[in-house]
Design a protein around this ligand. Structure first.
Ligand code: 13P
Length: 256
């Protein structure tokens, strides 16, 4: 399996800044066949960046889209509008769950809409600090995973990427802590077990599982060495060109 390095730019960069960043990144990194580099700019930058990107080197990812293809949904962008423009979409990010009020039902519809429109979903799941403290991590992971995948048929599970992002490890969260490889490894094992329960071992093995939460160039190697981790979802560090390029280099070395 490839190693996935996904940069989630969140609400950062103007279209101009995003374009300059992409230009520099394209020049800086070689074409690594075994590392899938993905960048996720704001929706407004997707169209111009789709014309600029070299798809042999990296792929484009939306940070969100709506589950209906067209209609009276003011302010929304549909997967049918993004179809062909982006390769991936982040769905169920904790910032959308807890700040924008998305629930598992909406997330499931978005995953289905993405698959229907040939955009590969990166389904984010992860417990909050208090859920972990109360021993609820396994239940939360199981619920978010089964909920988010409830509309995904066996034939389509290979198209899904799962990202485990413990909310308490996201750098922008107050009092964020670094997740330890053991803590991550345990949840990643559980994710694989839940996928196996639903889809069988053979299909479950094909689903890439990424880790996200305060990843930087110094800790990327350790996180990528965790058994079952197939890549990283990077927030803050992906906004710094040299740091993101270094993470890609680490992934290249680890995947050799
Ligand atoms: P940080 O890497 O800034 O912790 O963000 C993680 C994240 O939310 C990526 O989606």
């Amino acid at each position: 399996m490839k190693t996935y390095i996904v940069g989630n730019w969140k609400l950062n960069f103007t279209v101009g800044e995003a374009s300059i960043y992409l230009h520099k990144l394209l020049r800086k990194i070689p074409n690594y066949r075994d590392v899938e580099v993905v960048v996720a700019p704001s929706t407004i930058a997707l169209q111009p960046l789709s014309l600029q990107i070299d798809r042999h080197k990296m792929k484009l990812c939306a940070q969100n889209a709506f589950y209906r293809d067209y209609g009276a949904f003011t302010g929304e962008t549909s997967f049918s509008q993004l179809r062909g423009m982006v390769d991936y979409v982040i769905i169920g990010h904790s910032e959308r769950r807890y700040i924008l009020g998305e629930n598992d039902k909406m997330i499931a519809k978005k995953v289905a809409a993405a698959v229907r429109n040939r955009v590969r979903p990166i389904l984010c799941i992860g417990e909050t600090e208090s859920e972990r403290a109360f021993g609820e991590t396994a239940d939360v992971i199981r619920d978010q995973l089964t909920g988010g995948l409830s509309e995904v048929a066996d034939d389509d599970i290979e198209k899904i990427v799962i990202a485990y992002e413990p909310v308490w490890a996201i750098s922008s969260v107050k009092g964020a802590k670094l997740a330890s490889p053991d803590e991550i490894g345990e949840v990643v094992k559980l994710i694989r077990r839940v996928l196996t329960d639903i889809y069988g071992a053979k299909l479950a093995e094909k689903v890439p599982v990424l880790f996200g939460g305060s990843v930087n160039a110094s800790n990327a190697g350790a996180y990528l060495m965790i058994p079952g981790v197939n890549g990283l979802l990077v927030g803050g560090a992906s906004l710094i060109l040299s740091e993101f390029a270094d993470i890609i280099e680490v992934a290249k070395k680890v995947s050799q």
